[in-house]
Each structure stands twice: as structure tokens, then as C-alpha cells.
Design a protein around this ligand. Structure first.
Ligand SMILES: Nc1ncnc2c1ncn2[C@@H]1O[C@H](COP(=O)(O)OP(=O)(O)OP(=O)(O)O)[C@@H](O)[C@H]1O
Ligand SMILES: [Mg+2]
Length: 264
């Protein structure tokens, strides 16, 4: 794959919290159109890597590049403006707001309207509002949320809330969608549906980077997997090679309760 297809590059990044080296000399890249998995045991540094990519933390070493341009050190809203958008390990929805309102809120991150146009309620603004609403409804339908579009988001079952969060993030038109444990708390059927959702997102032209413990998701949807332990990369490759890598089995899969599913 050519250099121009590389969206995101992590170049030797590192960060310490006090004496703890949470991420240490990590290198990997994400190519356009890929679904990349970042896996590793609890506390391996996965969420910290996402926090570094999205500008929550500035790495103490190395650089994060987006299409060749360094973005490490930019504040989160500027990283989001590049088209890098994420969901959180713990769901964060606006309480008291409907599913549709939550998704609209996501989209407003990318609204071109100026504040004075919205005060004046210009025809341009009304047109844009209508277009925004329609494209939100499309996303809502795509994620199978149409039946609950007007329900209060936080009153819905956990698995549905996860889809709402994903819909809200999609509404901001990501080029790279970063998902932190999207299958957490889902039952088997929901997690199988999640696979279709993630593959559908990729087919719509969005590149995906995900952290996930559910091997039924990771092994079935990813093109490339990066495995970290104690903040360092211990393996990288396609699902098949990673699954059979002795270092991975020892560090991560070997201690997984669902080991037999992994080997299946
Ligand atoms: N803000 C922080 N201050 C201090 N230590 C932190 C901070 N954030 C993370 N850590 C530590 O860094 C290490 C990596 O944490 P991180 O949350 O990135 O792991 P993870 O791979 O996402 O784990 P999990 O699978 O449990 O979500 C852990 O030891 C954690 O306690
Ligand atoms: Mg985490």
C-alpha cells in the first residue's frame, strides 16, 4: 500500500504517569479503509493510546501524524476537526435528550453556520438544519435506531445506548472512527450485530481503529491487529497470525476465559 494511503501514524510514542511507563516506544499505522484492532490485557495502555491520538494527552516521546502532518500536541477539538472521532469505554450520552437530539449534537461539531446566522434564523440556516436532520435520520436508520429515535437515550438498554453513541460519533462525519470497547456489556447477539455495524461503517468509506476484548468481534472484523502489553507492541499482523503468536497467547489470549472461542 502506498504512503498516500496511510492515514494515521504513531511514531515511537511514549508517555509516563509518575513512575509508570504507560506507553513505551509504540509504532503502528492505520491505512485508509482498514479496520485495525488494538488489543492487550487490562491496563496494557490501550485507552491511553487513544487519549494520545485524540489529543487528551500529549505524548512525552514520539509523534502522532495524520496524513503525514504532526498532530500530537493539538487540543482534542482540533484533532476532531481533522476527522478523527471517538467513542468512550464508558458510554457518555447527554441525559434527558432523545436519541435524535444526541445524534444531532454530534453533528453540530461539524456545522458550518456562524453564530449570527443562527440568531437571524436565515433561510440558509433553516436549509442546513433540515439537511442535518435528514442525514442524522439516515445514520439512525443505518444503526437500527429508528424505532427509538424519540426515546430518552439514557433510558434505553445498554446495548442500544452503545449504538446511540456510535451514531452520534458518525454524525460528526469521521474519516477515522476510534471505538473503545464497543462490545463491552453486549450479549452474544448484540455483539454479532456489532460486527455487521462495524463492517458496514467501513464499507461506507470510514476507517476504523478499535480496542476490544471480545475476540468474536476482533478476530472477525479486523484486517490488522496490534497487540500491546505494558505499553509496548508485542505483535502485529492479520487475525490469523496474531491468534497463533505464542507471545500473544502467553500475554493475553492465554489468560482469556474465552480461549476456546479464540482457537475456534
Ligand atoms: N491519567 C492517568 N494517571 C495515572 N495513571 C494512568 C492514567 N491513565 C492511565 N493510567 C495507567 O496507565 C496504565 C494503562 O491504562 P489504560 O487505561 O490505558 O489501559 P487499558 O489497556 O485501556 O486497560 P483496560 O483494558 O482495562 O481498559 C494503567 O496502569 C493505568 O492505571
Ligand atoms: Mg481501556
Amino acid at each position: 500500500m502506498s504512503e498516500t494511503d496511510t492515514l494515521l501514524t504513531l511514531d515511537n510514542i511514549g508517555i509516563s504517569f509518575g513512575g509508570l511507563r504507560a506507553v513505551d516506544g509504540l509504532d503502528f499505522s492505520v491505512q485508509k479503509g482498514q479496520i485495525v484492532g488494538l488489543i492487550g490485557p487490562n491496563g496494557a495502555g490501550k485507552t491511553t493510546v487513544f487519549n494520545i491520538i485524540t489529543g487528551v494527552y500529549k505524548p512525552t516521546d514520539g509523534a502522532v501524524r495524520w496524513k503525514g502532518r504532526e498532530i500530537s500536541g493539538l487540543p482534542p477539538y482540533k484533532v476532531a476537526d481533522c476527522g478523527i472521532l471517538r467513542t468512550f469505554q464508558t458510554i457518555r450520552l447527554f441525559s434527558g435528550m432523545s436519541v435524535l437530539e444526541n445524534v444531532l449534537a454530534g453533528q453540530h461539531m461539524r456545522t458550518k453556520q456562524t453564530w449570527w446566522a443562527s440568531l437571524l434564523n436565515t433561510p440558509g440556516q433553516r436549509r442546513e438544519e433540515r439537511a442535518l436532520r435528514e442525514s442524522c435520520m439516515e445514520i439512525i436508520e443505518r444503526l437500527d435506531l429508528a424505532d427509538v429515535a424519540n426515546e430518552v437515550a439514557t433510558s434505553l438498554p445498554y446495548g442500544v445506548q452503545r449504538r446511540v453513541e456510535m451514531a452520534r460519533t458518525l454524525a460528526a462525519s469521521p474519516e477515522l472512527l476510534i471505538l473503545d470497547e464497543p462490545a463491552a456489556g453486549l450479549n452474544d447477539q448484540e455483539s454479532a450485530e456489532l460486527n455487521h455495524t462495524i463492517l458496514g461503517i467501513r464499507d461506507s468509506g470510514i476507517t476504523v481503529l478499535l480496542v476490544e476484548h471480545d475476540m468474536n468481534v476482533v478476530m472477525r472484523v479486523t484486517d490488522n491487529i496490534v497487540v500491546i502489553n505494558f505499553g509496548k507492541k508485542i505483535a502485529e499482523g492479520d487475525p490469523h497470525s496474531v491468534r497463533n503468536n505464542p507471545k500473544v497467547i502467553e500475554a493475553y489470549l492465554g489468560v482469556d476465559e474465552d480461549d476456546d472461542e479464540v482457537a475456534a
